[in-house]
Design a protein around this ligand. Sequence first.
Ligand code: Q9C
Ligand code: ZN
Length: 664
Amino acid sequence: MGTALVYHEDMTATRLLWDDPECEIECPERLTAALDGLRQRGLEQRCLCLSACEASEEELGLVHSPEYVALVRRTQTLDKEELRALSKQFDAVYFHPNTFHCARLAVGAALQLVDAVLTGAAHNGLALVRPPGHHSQKAAANGFCVFNNVAIAVKHAKQKYGLQRILIVDWDIHHGQGIQYIFDEDPSVLYFSWHRYEHGRFWPFLQESDACAVGQGRGQGFTVNLPWNQVGMGDADYLAAFLHVLLPLAFEFEPELVLVSAGFDSAIGDPEGQMQATPECFAHLTQLLQVLAGGRICAVLEGGYCLESLAQSVCMMVQTLLGDPTPPLLGLMVPCQSALESIQSVQTAQAPHWTSLRQNAAAVLSPSNHLPEGRSLPRLAESSTREVAEDALRPLLDGLCLRPRPPVCTAVALTVPGAALALPPGVLHQEGSALKEETEAWARLHKSRFPDEGLAALGKILCLLDGILDGQVRSGITAPATAATVDVVIQRCLSHGTQRLLCVALGQLDRPLDLADDGRVLWLNIRGKEASIGSMFHIHTPLPQTTGGFLSCILGLVLPLAYGFQPDMVLMALGPAHGLQNAQAALLAAVLRGPAGGRILAVVEEESILQLARTLAQVLHGEAPPRLGPFLMASPEEIQALMFLKAQLAPRWKLLQVAAPPPG
Ligand code: Q9C
Ligand code: ZN
């Protein structure tokens, strides 16, 4: 089981035959560039490659009218002038004698991908197709789209496999109005689209692309539109949209399958989108989606017209689907005012339909002019210089992507009996220990709290930690999580030169008393009764008891802090009485892989380590976490604690902002 890649060379056989500046960007090189990128990085070779077959006319009929299918079929025999005349009947469309064949292959590829994932032949996958699909309607081609690949795949999944809840994430920069119309009244399909909108002044110029279009009849609340009203949206804006809108709704919806209308015209460099999101951002968006639906993700290419950015973004997505860790995001993690306003407009429009938004929406935080403090990244004013900062960081980023993968991805270091538990393939049992002298030296530093019998475990922890710090190992799991071991881990990281260490501590573990509050360690304690802050780097929040509260805590607090802090390394410490269920611990570990490029050490207290080691190893290795269980609304106390913390912390940690009033 792995990642399916569905493709057929014939899909490069349609192209524009006359002059039309609007349509010329949808060219065959889009597919070859994406595929070449995958080959060059050795990614195609790691996928299960499937050769696309044409969809049947019956399958096209799941969405399209027989008359429209017949019209497209007839284009096979038209000459150039007839094709040109017919194309003019639609908005931003061209036909070619091969269009019918290519468009049927594109649908067929999407269907094969769904089959591969739903039969268990693959975990997830990507269909690289042309023409794209999301603008296409029952009886109309539109916006380069002939048949609606994703909509047909959704109908197929419902019909053939009896699925009852499917999420479509449309991150193409245009509104997939075709998909919206097809599922407008269907509560079994949650359609999320963000798109360049500019208050209706951007193509396709539709009122129904705005946030207030939420679906009709029984489908109300199952269409989610996030209009971007300015160009230049970047990684922080996209992340904020996922954390504060898409993911809360998606967890409440509990999809059985996720389809991605994967257009990469939303990436930097694209002439249509004019946005700023880096290719690496798509790795993170993909990874965040992987915690849904048991990781069953079917991505289908839509737009994407800057060949370089398209190829890089496709690679980022496939790499993440394969389970590789995400490269760190290096830009300033500050969403812009316009993005926050858009996010708020969706929250307002959707709040009547979604419990998770009602529990979050309450606090409107006042904008603050505080600049980030106490850290080494460049301090820059917010909007105008943002692009400069990102550009300046690009060479660095490219270097990071080329960094070789560590020989070991995930290692487990345990001394407790039963340590030979069955680990997923690719996860290593670490046999080694640090040198006795070194272990004893570290233990002496913490004498008052270090029992002699803890030395063997400490030796193993140090050896694993050094493997991670030296780049030999990506992530690790170890025990026990005591105040002393956590203290040693932090000190060892700092002495090794870690610039930013994120510690997420649960259960009975206090922040080491002598730890300097210099911005190098962000300590987040999830336990206890009271929400409180010691500083912007020392935060306490209670562990929520409901699924809704837990998710709000992860999506609304932990991840915004983690992505804002941009750690080199994450320490996830589950201390005594941590109170996490397996699925909760798995979700936390899965999402904490994101912010630090997968460098995460999980230290677990003794009682639950045997139960948790395998689950944690699976998610750190790239598998999807198990489902959390039924969505239960957060309690008023849980909401209040989160609101309190967000209000205190948002001036420094700007990804926490849920919304801000318009200036002036
Ligand atoms: N400059 C897809 O990305 N032209 N279709 C818009 C605005 C039509 C895009 C003109 C763009 C269609 C799948
Ligand atoms: Zn597009």
